[in-house]
Design a protein around this ligand. Structure first.
Ligand SMILES: [Zn+2]
Length: 66
């Protein structure tokens, strides 16, 4: 997790992550936003993929979401 822009954005209150250009993400309040440098990082922090922009989850990480 990082305060610096990474490749993915996370929404703290809902623990959701998605693409930086996701329209859901653009509406987030800045104080609720976090950034991840990889999908592994986001999942390791307990975040779940956004249903709107559907970040590509590598098959080996899918089991971690269940
Ligand atoms: Zn999204």
């Amino acid at each position: 997790m990082s305060e610096q822009p990474g490749v993915l954005a996370g929404w703290k209150p809902g623990k959701i992550f998605g693409r930086l250009d996701c329209e859901s993400g653009i509406r987030m309040k800045p104080e609720n936003r976090v950034f991840f440098h990889s999908i592994e990082d986001a999942i390791a922090q307990g975040y779940r993929p956004c249903k709107k922009c559907k970040p590509d989850i590598p098959a080996e990480l899918l089991s971690l979401l269940r």
